[in-house]
Design a protein around this ligand. Structure first.
Ligand code: ADP
Length: 578
């Protein structure tokens, strides 16, 4: 129970007892007062009237007017009848007084009246005696009640007096003792209070404090230094560069590998604010920009490996920023204490990647010539001059033609990709007319569209400005959009090309009536080799990835709007010639 509640209950109980005692006392005094009032009103007055009548009787011998006095007191007595038998006695007195009025010297009547009065007085005296007994009883029972409630009050007050101060003081004493012992370096001290009072809470806080003090005391300095050196050696021996920052972005450690790639001395880094160092060092700037800049600005760069030129060679690193947080002893909340930046050396993988890209480039380049010659040979074969061919042979030639077309597409896409991956896109940016790009693209896919009886409608704004673009590559992208639209649309459907001016950019869009693309794949389809699961695998999954690279290399943007069952609209936007 809380101390506050205990005190409230204790004082409340005392207050209740005082009220009870007052009530019992007041009630008893009131009962006694009622008893005496009763005697006074009912009997004392009657005795007074009777005495007055007796005195008047004596005066009657000499003074006749005393008759009135008797009448007056008799009337008063008649209206103050309170005892059993008093009414009859008073009636008799009235009768005898009437006789006395006729003959006021009749001695016998005098005597009878005196007797009547004596009877009335006797009745009242007896009553006084009785009522006095009742009053005595009332007083006795009042004494008992007051004594009982007084004893009860005493017992309760005494119990409170004995227990309450002890109840409050003893935990304080225990705590004081424990604090004194902690002050004397005995950190094993703990206090336990079972109840849920304020002392329980105090004890928990005290124990938490003692626990922390014990922990600090146990971790002695040399042990700490040894552990620190061990961790430092461990970090220094790591093959990957590691940089540690505290919660205020101050650099607290940098291992040897990191020093090598950053190219600064330890004193230029340790205990310096990362923001300040980033002003003089590009690498630090690119490493900590994620921590300094708001999330949205850096999202795109996150995946890109960091290229660093150190030790006379180019190396590639993958940046990993780890948030360091822990729960301090005795607390529940996680506390953030800084970041560790680890650079994973991915140069060997990158080299392998380059080798693969080069291999692909060489292969696709080497394949292009024989495939083209196959195509040419087929064209020659198709001509009648080389001899007549039967229907079966014609079908075989058609199939070879289709396959070589496909092979040519794949090799050219692979070649494009290797250019993109090696960063060797040769852009030939000119002032291009959107109409020319459109014409070039629609011509290229005409036959393909006709085969599926698909209608390509184009809508182009009048007086469109020239765009800054590589006509060939942009047309390639548009052709890729159109080929996809044809491939992923049902037969006899329509494809709409729209070229319009939007916010100083020319927007090329291709809308189809195909099955559309699920929201979750919208970004992924621009990744290399990605093909929407379940869709017809006609190509290589490279077309959109290359398109993205082509458009972004021209400072344009590319995207798709699509809903399942509603078709898709692929678009790209390019800047105009100002
Ligand atoms: P692919 O050679 O497979 O067509 P792309 O990079 O051009 O490669 O396209 C990637 C994937 O995006 C395709 O495999 C297909 O699943 C999906 N896709 C592209 N264009 C459309 C479209 N117009 N309608 C529906 N899905 C499409």
């Amino acid at each position: 129970m809380k101390i506050r509640t205990k005190l409230t209950l204790g004082v409340g109980l005392l207050f209740m007892l005082i009220t009870l005692l007052t009530y019992v006392g007041a009630k008893s005094i009131n009962a006694l007062k009622n008893d005496t009032d009763n005697i006074l009103v009912a009997n004392y007055n009657t005795l007074e009237y009777s005495r007055n009548i007796l005195m008047a009787l004596d005066e009657l011998v000499t003074d006749k007017s005393a008759m009135n006095k008797i009448e007056e007191n008799l009337l008063k007595q008649e209206s103050n009848i309170t005892e059993i038998g008093e009414r009859e006695a008073t009636q008799q007195l009235r009768q005898h007084f009437t006789i006395l009025k006729i003959n006021n010297f009749d001695r016998t009547t005098h005597f009878i009246i005196r007797k009547d009065i004596a009877e009335i007085m006797r009745l009242n005296m007896e009553s006084i005696q009785r009522k006095s007994n009742v009053a005595k009883q009332t007083a006795a029972s009042a004494t008992i009640w007051i004594a009982l409630s007084g004893t009860l009050c005493f017992v309760i007050a005494f119990t409170l007096l004995i227990n309450l101060p002890g109840n409050i003081a003893s935990p304080i004493r225990k705590l004081t003792e424990s604090i004194k012992r902690i002050a004397a370096n005995d950190y094993s001290q703990r206090v336990y209070f079972q109840d849920h009072s304020e002392f329980g809470e105090l004890a928990r806080s005290f124990n938490r404090m003692a626990e922390k003090l014990e922990e600090y005391n146990n971790s002695n300095l040399s042990q700490l230094l040894f552990e620190k050196r061990r961790i430092e050696t461990l970090i220094n021996n790591m093959h990957d560069p590691v940089i540690g920052l505290d919660e205020n972005k101050k650099i607290i450690f940098v291992n040897n590998q990191a020093l090598k790639v950053i190219g600064l001395k330890p004193e230029q880094l340790i205990n310096q604010q990362a923001q300040n160092v980033s002003l003089i060092n590009d690498l630090i700037r690119s490493l900590v920009k994620d921590l300094i800049m708001p999330e949205s600005i850096v999202i795109e760069d996150k995946k890109k490996p960091v290229k660093i030129f150190a030790d006379n060679k180019e190396s590639y690193f993958e940046k990993d920023i780890i948030d360091i947080a822990f729960v301090p002893t005795g607390e529940k909340e996680l506390q953030h204490i800084g970041h560790v930046i680890i650079l994973k050396n991915i140069t060997p993988f990158k080299e392998l990647d380059f080798a693969r890209t080069n291999f692909i480039a060489t292969i696709s380049h080497e394949l292009k010539t024989p495939i083209s010659s196959i195509k040419m040979s087929i064209q020659l074969l198709e001509k009648q001059q080389t001899g007549t061919i039967n229907e079966e042979q014609k079908q075989l030639i058609d199939s070879i033609k289709e396959d070589s077309q496909r092979l040519l597409k794949i090799t050219s896409e692979l070649l494009n990709l290797s250019q993109v991956e090696t960063g060797n896109i040769q852009l030939n940016i000119q002032k291009s007319t959107p109409y020319q790009i459109l014409k070039f693209a629609t011509e290229a896919v005409k036959v393909q569209a006709e085969q599926k009886q698909i209608k390509i409608l184009s809508e182009i704004d009048e007086n469109l400005p020239l765009v800054k673009a590589d006509t060939e590559k942009t047309a390639w992208v548009l052709i890729n959009f159109l080929t996809n639209a044809i491939n992923y649309s049902p037969e006899q459907s329509k494809i709409n090309i729209r070229i319009s001016l939007q916010d100083q950019l020319v927007n090329f869009s291709v809308s189809d009536q195909g099955k559309g693309i699920e929201k979750r794949y919208k970004d992924k389809i621009f990744d290399k080799y990605f093909q929407v699961p379940g869709s017809v695998k006609t190509g290589t999954g490279l077309g959109l990835a290359i398109s993205k690279e082509f458009i972004e290399a021209q400072n344009g943007t590319i995207g798709v709007e699509s809903e399942i069952g509603m078709g898709s609209t692929f678009y790209f936007k390019l800047g105009i010639v100002s």
